[in-house]
Design a protein. Structure first.
Length: 328
């Protein structure tokens, strides 16, 4: 892969906020060669595209402790980053969600193993070190490219992360653990070759064989894209009225919540939220529209879903599983 050199600070010396790097990912979706870059940000919570902010983040705690909050355009769950955590971004010509994750995580796992770290992939596209999560990753399709981005916990403040993130009880029970703290660890305690910058250089050299640096013109274009992430409307969800909310944790897929509005025995609207991965937001909206007008009963919902490849829209989700979620 080719490494992208990005200036860490703005001309005024201030550290760039997280949305700049999300915007850089979008801007770099142009060529045909795989690109990779590593970045750091001050304390920030990053929430997935389909999550409900108040259910995943302790917003009061974040305000009190000056922790930034941003919603990304990819799926997956809420994560915490700080200056002792590495954020990694990989951009390549678009492929399936499964193939993009598989290729990237295989490369990352192998690079970490070369450092003597006992790392394996999980069924949720995380990386585990001796069974503990060190990296959570998400997928986003944009402009004919696949974007994979995620955390790499090196010496992250897990105490702060624990307070900032408030995952649902169902998610924790589904994973068989009692808290955020109990299922994550820092790489620092296992890495024997130096500190954060040494680890960063080691990771870069293991994954990339060449590099290029962004120009001032590139930075200007990225900053224009960045502004869209800080619009207040980006956080607002114009959810339709609903009759009921159905939610479930499905192993290998994640938390899925369906807000359903039923009128005269038929589905008038349904909105899916959660930390699942998906092909594109347009496809999720198409799936929601596809269910409008169907009789609100398991048999008819399952019959309607038989005409669409649900697993290609919400990664790994089978039509029967979605039918059972909606009609439980």
């Amino acid at each position: 892969m080719t490494y992208v050199e990005i200036p860490d600070n703005r001309p005024d010396g201030r550290t760039r906020r997280l949305a700049f790097y999300l915007a850089a990912e979008e801007y770099l979706c142009r060529g045909s060669e795989p690109l990779f870059f590593i970045w750091n940000v001050t304390s920030t919570v990053i929430i997935g595209r389909n999550q409900i902010l108040e259910k995943e983040v302790n917003t009061a705690y974040c305000r009190e402790h000056n922790i930034d909050i941003i919603r990304r355009k990819s799926g997956g769950g809420a994560v915490f980053a700080d200056m002792n955590n590495l954020m990694c971004s990989c951009i390549c010509p678009q492929t399936s969600v499964h193939q993009a994750f598989s290729t990237y995580l295989d490369q990352m796992r192998d690079a970490l193993k070369e450092m003597g770290l006992n790392v394996e992939k999980s069924d949720r596209n995380d990386l585990l070190l001796d069974g503990y999560k060190i990296s959570g990753n998400a997928y986003y399709g944009h402009a004919g490219h696949s974007i994979i981005h995620g955390t790499m916990l090196f010496d992250t403040d897990i105490e702060t992360m624990t307070h900032a993130l408030t995952p649902t009880k169902e998610k924790l029970e589904g994973k068989g653990v009692g808290s955020v703290r109990s299922r994550v660890t820092n790489i620092k305690d296992y890495y024997r070759h130096g500190g954060l910058e040494d680890f960063k250089r080691h990771l870069r050299s293991a994954l990339c064989d060449k590099s290029f640096e962004l120009t001032c013109a590139d930075i200007g274009q990225i900053e224009k894209i960045e502004q869209g992430y800080y619009s207040n409307t980006y956080f607002l969800r114009n959810n339709p009225p609903f009759t009921d909310i159905r939610k479930k944790y499905i192993p290998g897929i994640g938390n899925i919540e369906a807000a359903i509005d039923v009128k005269q025995g038929k589905i008038a609207s349904v909105v899916f939220s959660g930390d699942f991965f998906y092909s594109s937001m347009e496809d999720v909206k198409m799936l929601q529209d596809y269910l409008k007008g169907v009789d609100f009963c398991p048999k008819e919902i399952e019959k309607r879903l038989a005409g669409i490849q649900v697993q290609d829209i919400i990664s790994n989700l089978q039509p029967k599983e979605l039918s059972e979620l909606i009609s439980i």
